[in-house]
Design a protein around this ligand. Structure first.
Ligand code: ATP
Length: 212
């Protein structure tokens, strides 16, 4: 079995003639931790958007476990096994910590987000999901915050919640856009400890960071 889980070849994306991503080749091995570094505007987030289906490249292709996913939609890519976080977090601030994580768990029958909102989940599935959500919340140290509104958490805690949501998708590859940017030093170290631990749980981590 190939050790390469995520691969980009000659990936190019231009906006108004300016190449944000210019002939990028990338090969990420299973259970590796890879940092994408570069100054503001270097194209790091654009690369993430391409790998996760939020943008289509002008040329080149992306493979996940050997399968061409270049033109797949974001939800298809997440279900296959690549999940991401965003710089602006994108949590549902008016919902609780636990609800945010529960919503990130893919539904077994594929009914998706609105089905989950409407409560069309079997009691058994709900129990399993609850257990899983609690495990990831424990993993990031937020088990005492489950009933708090996401919007009431500190910025560092919101970053941790974003990570828990990403993990709750069950994806093998986690693409984290600046996972420690703007957090206080103690939370910074905590998040880095969690990231270091992820390969032992079978996860591959690709993250964007400015601070070397
Ligand atoms: P930062 O570290 O500031 O987040 P980055 O390395 O992630 O930067 P990108 O956000 O990928 O860089 O942006 C790369 C270039 O592409 C920038 O010049 C940006 O203005 C441009 N760009 C990104 N997305 C779009 C878009 N949707 N439409 C037009 N231009 C865009």
């Amino acid at each position: 079995m190939s050790q390469i889980i995520l691969e980009c070849r000659s990936l190019t994306k231009a906006f108004d003639g300016i190449r944000a991503v210019d002939n990028v080749w990338l090969a990420v091995e299973r259970q590796q931790i890879v940092a994408i570094i570069g100054p503001n505007g270097a194209g790091k987030t654009t690369l993430f958007n391409l790998c996760t289906g939020f943008l289509r490249p002008d040329s080149g292709f992306i493979r996940f476990k050997g399968q061409d996913i270049t033109r797949f939609a974001p939800n298809q890519i997440t279900l296959l096994g690549i999940a991401r976080t965003f710089q602006d977090l994108r949590l549902i601030r008016q919902m609780t910590v636990l609800e945010n994580v529960l919503l990130a768990i893919p539904h077994q029958a594929g009914e998706g987000f609105w089905g989950a909102i409407a409560g069309r989940r079997s009691a058994r599935e709900e129990r399993t999901n609850h257990k899983q959500a609690m495990e990831w919340l424990k993993f990031v140290g937020l088990e005492n915050k489950v009933s708090d509104l996401a919007g009431a958490l500190s910025y560092g805690q919101q970053k941790l919640l974003g990570l828990a949501c990403c993990l709750a998708t069950g994806a093998e590859v986690l693409m984290l856009d600046e996972p420690v940017a703007g957090v206080e030093p103690a939370t910074n170290d905590r998040i880095l400890d969690y990231l270091r631990h992820l390969p032992s749980l079978g996860k591959t981590v690709v993250f964007i960071e400015h601070n070397l």
